[in-house]
Design a protein around this ligand. Structure first.
Ligand code: MCA
Ligand code: AMP
Length: 489
């Protein structure tokens, strides 16, 4: 174990070492509700006592203190956590529950759970539990699964990405090193807690450092401005949030001043447009730091705190991550080959263990031990990576959420008023891409735009519903019957 120069314990085999040492210091705050490290430890120890040997546990991941405490308690117990989007639709929720077979569900007292979860044994998370200083159980093996995070693919239902404890600890340490992230930092963010960005970087990140998280409950300009004008030093967000902040900072000097005072503004999960990067710089003097990751790999690249914050780049690989660019013929593109475009492939301690119950998909995702991201990029002369697109047009990033076209198309085809359906992503200044549904109605009158959106939102999640519906008499198909999406739009 090495002790970082800024007091952060880097390389500590314990996932959350601060639980053992930092008593009175504030760990987590959601508005008026907060837990210091001693209190978090007591709540986690009690939960861990209930969960030891439980197998996987589902966590009803509302943006609340209980969610963070539940995740910490399960990690202390060594029970892999399956975070659940509380806005999941029936179909995706029943898939996740069947696939991950959680032994119990952890939720805030009083939270109303949908039938698929209500059938499981329930453990209420009591964040007011204090109790005596129960010893924490022995730390599980670093290779043991910590989280199972569901992520969409081009077709079929979402896959469960099994992340080991080792990936979390090494990747968070690499980010701490790149961003000089220490126990003195107060992170603020309003991200959902059922994805890697909000949960791993945004909750476990500050907790691993022994720092503090001020979660906004949900993202708002006012919330960000108040936190950054107060004690918060760092902001994590997706480009949609920075787009909205750029607009607000241009019109409101209070917002501009708050952003200007941050130590670090970090954007990720999708591309931050050069225009928004520059608007924020003009309005605040701050240049946003971009980082690039995936659920399967955690963070691969990041612009360092002391690095050149060039718009359109996500910086060099972070510590421990090996990255190569591979062209269409499978040849590795050497550094210095300038503008040559290739797929990003990575390996290192940041990688997941595999997709739950999907050895076929896991095998397909690797070439010669390298994980194939499907993202295409170029490399600047100084090693900075520039993402320029994705191989799969059937994956859409909207508001920072990854959305598979196939999953929505299958949901649309279950509507009796729809005989053919295709989903595309169209550029959107706020969301990055917006979901557009192309449908061929089965009869007259056709289902209305709202009816189509509500149908998808009930089966899947609200962010998967089409923002626009376009009606056609037939979809353009090739001789094999495959929809030619490049002819749509
Ligand atoms: C949306 N709405 C609709 C429709 N579409 N209503 C009717 N018809 C429609 N077609 C609803 C939404 O459900 C929402 O309602 C309201 O309209 C506003 O939607 P929206 O414009 O999307 O705004 P928002 O709700 O304010 O959300 C923007 C957001 C959100 C806050 C930026 O997209 C977000 O939290 N994104 C973060 C995603 C994220 O964490 N990704 C990380 C993945 P209601 O309010 O009732 O719901 S991890 C990852 O990617 C890797 C590892 C990485 O690198 O980080
Ligand atoms: P997810 O499956 O939700 O984890 O999304 C991972 C994908 O988000 C990556 O494969 C990239 O396509 C995209 N992504 C993440 N960070 C960035 C970034 N900074 N710039 C562009 N795309 C990004």
């Amino acid at each position: 174990m090495t002790r970082g120069s800024r007091g952060a314990t880097v390389g500590n085999p314990s996932l959350l070492p601060a639980l053992a040492v930092t008593g009175e210091k504030e760990a987590l705050r959601f508005g008026e509700r907060a837990l210091n490290y001693g209190e978090l430890r007591a709540v986690a120890a009690q939960l861990a006592g209930r969960l030891r040997g439980a197998g996987r546990v589902a966590v009803w991941a509302e943006p609340a203190l209980e969610t963070c405490a539940a995740v910490v308690g399960a990690l202390v117990a060594g029970a892999p956590v399956v975070p659940i989007n509380p806005k999941s639709g029936e179909r995706e929720l029943s898939h996740i529950v069947k696939d991950s077979e959680p032994a119990v569900v952890l939720a805030a007292p009083g939270a109303r759970l949908p039938p698929a979860l209500a059938a499981l044994e329930r453990v209420d998370v009591d964040v007011n539990h204090r109790g005596s200083d129960e010893p924490l159980p022995a730390e599980p093996d670093p290779e043991a699964p910590a989280l199972v995070v569901y992520t969409s693919g081009t077709t079929g239902p979402p896959k469960g990405v099994v992340l080991p404890r080792r990936a979390l600890s090494t990747n968070l340490d690499a980010l701490a090193e790149a961003w000089r992230w220490t126990e003195s930092d107060v992170l603020t963010q309003g991200l959902p807690l059922f994805h890697v960005h909000g949960l791993v970087l945004g909750v476990l990140g500050p907790l691993r450092r022994g720092g503090t998280l001020h979660h906004l409950g949900s993202f708002s300009i006012e919330g960000v401005a108040a936190e950054l004008a107060g004690s918060a030093t760092m902001l994590f967000g997706v480009p949609t949030m920075y787009h909205r902040l750029a607009e607000a900072a241009e019109g409101d000097p209070l917002v501009a001043r708050a952003l200007a005072g941050a130590r670090l503004l970090v954007s990720g999960s999708a591309a931050l447009s050069t225009a928004d990067h520059e608007r924020i710089e003009r309005a605040t003097g701050q240049r946003v730091v971009e980082r690039y990751g995936m659920t399967e790999t955690l963070m691969n690249c990041a612009v360092r705190a002391d690095g050149d914050r060039r718009p359109g780049t996500v910086g060099p690989p972070v510590g421990g991550v090996q990255l190569r660019l591979v062209d269409d013929d499978g040849s590795v593109i050497e550094a210095g080959e300038g503008e040559t475009v290739g797929e990003i492939q990575v390996r290192g301690p940041n990688l997941f263990l595999g997709y739950l119950n999907r050895p076929d998909a896991t095998e397909n995702a690797f070439r010669e031990g390298w994980f194939c991201t499907g993202d295409v990029a170029t490399r600047d002369p100084d090693g900075y990576i520039r993402l320029i697109g994705r191989q799969a047009t059937d994956l859409i990033k909207s508001g920072g959420f990854k959305i598979g076209a196939g999953e929505i198309e299958a949901a649309l085809l279950d509507h009796p008023g729809i005989s053919e359906a295709a989903i595309t992503g169209e550029p959107d200044p706020d969301l990055g891409e917006r979901i557009v549904a192309w449908i061929v109605p089965a009869g007259d009158p056709p289902p209305s735009e709202n009816e189509v959106a509500d149908h998808v939102a009930a089966l899947l999640a609200p962010h998967k519903r089409p923002r626009e519906v376009r009606y056609l008499t037939g979809l353009p198909r090739n001789e094999l019957g495959k929809v030619m999406k490049n002819r749509l739009g």
